[in-house]
Write a protein that binds this ligand. Sequence first.
Ligand code: GLP
Length: 255
Amino acid sequence: MHYQLGNIKVCTEPDYAAMSRRAADIFADAMAQNPDAAFGFATGSTPLGLYKELIERNKRGEVDFSGITTFNLDEYYPIKGDNDQSYRYFMERNLFDHVNVRKESVNLLDGETADAMLECKAYEDRIRLTGGIYLQLLGIGANGHIGFNEPNDHFPGTTHLVELTESTVDANSRFFESREQVPKHALTMGIRTIMSAEKILLVVSGANKSRVLADMLLGHITPLVPASILQLHHNVVVVADDEAAQDIHGMLGRR
Ligand code: GLP
């Protein structure tokens, strides 16, 4: 199914596997169109199926990572890069170690830096120097966060240090041995960084994201739902499975 909601194109698929394939089609097309560009990657469980698809397509020679530069959205802070819950570790294990990306073209925020402000500024400079991000992949938190831009009284600008909300610490504690081990801070691209990408691909899966997906697409643009700012971007595609899309199907009628 397709919906055009203002600037945002929404594709819904029956299940997670189909959602992942559809997202991989969009990602692979963008890579083929712009094989030397910078691409923004995301963590979380939602993009895992998309990454598996891209790995398989890379093995079959259908997708080429050799010319691209990568930037990840966010990283816990502080965290060691070899911690198996760091986003560096996640990306290596779930994508970068299995595709022909050049290691020197992979950029992640450094969760071990002594100077978080300097690291954030240097990251912005690196993005700018590569000519900006062509396609940014996003997931969404159940509270509407993108990257680690949490609900707030304003939309944060560039890459910065954030304190995670209790609900995000709770949600992410499923990956750690205990809640105490979840870092309480993170480094994240800001809303302005994300909005500067030429194209945005948001993947959404599961019934627990249904409410927030409807809010971000159909509600007011508000920093209380950070993803709602995407209504103002000129080139956004949302790919959702039917569980995540159940509220928008209900509000708009299946098309
Ligand atoms: C984390 C990440 C986000 C991600 C979100 C949702 O907090 N910082 O980038 O989109 O969680 O994750 P999941 O896909 O596991 O629901």
